[in-house]
Design a protein around this ligand. Sequence first.
Ligand SMILES: Cc1cc2nc3c(=O)[nH]c(=O)nc-3n(C[C@H](O)[C@H](O)[C@H](O)COP(=O)(O)OP(=O)(O)OC[C@H]3O[C@@H](n4cnc5c(N)ncnc54)[C@H](O)[C@@H]3O)c2cc1C
Length: 309
Amino acid sequence: MKKYENISLLPYNTFGIDVKARLFIEYYSLDELRQVLKEHKGEQILHIGQGSNLLFTRDFNGIILHSGMARARFIDDETVEAQNGLRLDDLIAQLTDMAYCGMEKLSLIPGEVGASAVQNVGAYGVEAKDVIERVYTMDVETQEERVFTNEECKFGYRDSIFKHELKGKYIVTSVVYKVKPGEASKTREEIIQTRMAKLPTVGEVGSAGSFFMNPFVPEEKAKELLELYPDMPNFPSPQGVKIPAAWLIEQCGWKGKTLGGAQVWPKQPLVIVNANNATPDDIIALAAQVSASVKEKFGIDIHPEVNYI
Ligand SMILES: Cc1cc2nc3c(=O)[nH]c(=O)nc-3n(C[C@H](O)[C@H](O)[C@H](O)COP(=O)(O)OP(=O)(O)OC[C@H]3O[C@@H](n4cnc5c(N)ncnc54)[C@H](O)[C@@H]3O)c2cc1C
């Protein structure tokens, strides 16, 4: 186990925000995790992965936990169990090299296995929920281990039970994904190229990926808007009509606009980047202005996908 006091979180968040944590603990086994949770019972704890969906708004006066467990193993020919601290893309790269497919459309999504189940990450029509069979967790309060079936995770669009009724109550310790033998290297390569052309590269430009979630509106509302904006992209679904937030933001003229050090990414307006030593307040203010203008022009509320801490 490694412990650091009063440590900068700069290397632990992809937005590149330089705030401090009172205590940072990295554990390397379930026993160590159990021990940490017992020792620090009742204290404020935040378990992070790669910090690629976080916006630290100030110094964190609690304990940041991170997993150093990063192994994966085949359970059988159709299921692989990966530990929470493994980078999701490293897992997909290994599976692709071994000629297993099923997860390749999630290639290059930043972040670790644990968060993939919390966030139900998704891209190019595939979501983690389509490939997750079950999720192993530890109860923060009792340190008991509990397995959640796919159904029990209550997955939704960038959503799971771990973001709502069980928020902060369970630590995802490993995830079992369904895979199957098959060639995926061409698809993986195409996805990597497409993403690199459009999205900021982690480590080069600070961001947390898509800042906002795509809104769903009632059919009536979509019809009204389509009369005014016949070119508006729209995707009917059981949840309502999905309108791409990137299109709404672009229509409001935000592409490439800056506020302080924060910028709406010119190649993909759904992304807010740390263009020039942005402070958390720059990012928060820019995001607030973007969502206010979408509300004013279209009457639609857009909500952050990024977790404000
Ligand atoms: C350039 C870029 C592109 C992106 N593209 C996509 C995309 O295409 N699709 C997509 O869905 N997302 C995308 N994202 C967002 C991000 O990659 C995902 O949300 C990812 O799942 C975050 O993983 P992480 O390990 O960094 O989690 P963190 O950001 O560290 O944490 C996210 C949340 O999960 C919780 N958490 C983390 N680990 C655990 C654990 N083991 N147990 C319990 N809770 C935990 C944290 O407390 C926090 O609430 C992108 C981000 C960037 C920077």
